[in-house]
Design a protein. Sequence first.
Length: 185
Amino acid sequence: MSRIGRKPVPIPSGVKVSVSGRSISAEGPKGKLSLELASPISLKVEEKVLVLQRDAESKKARALHGLFRSLVANMVTGVSLGYQKGLEISGVGYGVKVAGNKLILSLGFSQPAEVGIPEGLSVEAPTATKFYIRGADKQQVGEFAAEVRRLRPPEPFKGKGIRYEGEVIRRKAGKAVAGAGVAGK
């Protein structure tokens, strides 16, 4: 059996989980999410825990068992606690502002980059160089953070660009000083 798949998913207080056929939905203080289970996987609701089981012993069923257990656990955690990704901007003149449902980034281009914030996510910019993306859906939070980071990924020479909070950028040395030796002799 899958080590991950066989672990039960605890349901925290304040989260309401409903199962109808192959569809599961969870509702909590941070929002509402739903998921459609694949055919070889079934779900049972026991006392304050969700147990996923596989109906077959095929290779595909074994692979999907752990996957769907993780997806259900992420869904329950998302509606109860939520997910957050922090990003930092470094560079002279670089900055970030939130205006309504748009994220406005000054990244050294001739025009500031405007990115629409997807529904279900919230963005907070406490300083001009840090901002946080929050939401209930782990995949949506990570996808939007990666999309924003892709606008100006950090470069290895000066470290300018958008990076995840706590991400370490391996720096490279610049060109060696020319004229260290006498050229042309």
